[in-house]
Design a protein around this ligand. Structure first.
Ligand code: IPE
Ligand code: IPE
Ligand code: MG
Length: 256
């Protein structure tokens, strides 16, 4: 896609309105991408960095508020040790190397997950990068690391109990405010690459009304044109939140 085409599509998306405020992505298929090329799985993870870079830039240009990327799940520790450590090293190096690019693009880095469970070197790189980008006011790039939707809810319940809430005080707002994502809008659009039709323990609470878009494209092949396809599909959908189409179009004749 040339730059002119790119700007044209961006303008079309912006003109349509109804931009998702928060996009979440399950970046999947790195292993398959590598295998197809006779490479080691980690080469797929490495290649995925370029996809991240392109998608982060495009989200910033479009004015998306939050992009959450599922980078490492609590279940991913079950992978071969070699792959886990290679991923952790890749995370550390990427964070150190990308901070200047984040700052050039006004990107603020955040993270969700059991961050204390990350190896020290990766955790230090993460906190260093968050500190260096904390004053940026553009896209919030939220990395899900050692993240699990269920443990997130467990951690929220624990904190609510520790604070001594009474049962009748606990409602959806209180739970939302104790999740790792406190203060962020719920995702409007979930993208999953590599064709798998599951949520894999990602943002379980927050996903209650998220629109889902799945592509067969493997994460290392994913670029901004795929992101645009997802957003334009999202913009064509009707989000009903339990209501009827007629109500949403104001055609219910005032019937209540
Ligand atoms: C996603 O790609 C990256 C992580 C889970 C860290 P995979 O490594 O799961 O790739 P496939 O699913 O095996 O192809
Ligand atoms: C989900 O991908 C986790 C991340 C993308 C970090 P997986 O590849 O681990 O998911 P499953 O296990 O196939 O569902
Ligand atoms: Mg996978």
């Amino acid at each position: 896609m040339n730059e002119l085409e790119d700007k044209e599509i961006q303008e079309r998306i912006k003109a349509k309105g109804d931009l998702p405020r928060h996009i979440a992505i399950i970046m999947d298929g790195n292993g398959r991408w590598a295998k197809m090329r006779g490479l080691e799985r980690i080469e797929g993870h490495r290649a995925g960095r370029e996809s991240v870079r392109d998608v982060v830039r495009a989200c910033g240009e479009l004015g998306i508020e939050v992009l959450t990327l599922y980078a490492f799940s609590v279940e991913n520790w079950r992978r071969p040790r070699r792959e886990v450590w290679a991923l952790m090293r890749l995370l550390r190096d990427t964070l150190y190397e990308e901070v200047d690019e984040f700052n050039r693009n006004n990107v603020k880095l955040m993270a969700i997950g059991r961050l204390e469970g990350l190896p020290k070197a990766s955790r230090e790189a993460l906190f260093w990068a968050m500190e260096r980008t904390k004053d940026n006011t553009g896209l919030v790039l939220n990395l899900a690391l050692n993240y699990g939707g269920r443990v997130e809810i467990v951690d929220a319940v624990r904190r609510i109990l520790e604070k001594g809430y009474r049962p009748e005080e606990v409602d959806e707002k209180v739970i939302s405010a104790h999740l790792y994502t406190a203060g962020l809008p719920d995702p409007d659009l979930l993208i999953r690459t590599s064709g798998e039709l599951r949520v894999s323990n990602f943002l379980l609470w927050q996903m209650a009304y998220t629109e889902i878009w799945v592509t067969d494209v493997l994460w290392p092949d994913f670029r901004r044109q795929h992101l645009y396809q997802a957003i334009e599909a999202y913009q064509r959908r009707e989000r009903r939140f339990g209501m009827t189409s007629e109500q949403l179009r104001g055609e219910d004749g005032g019937a209540r």
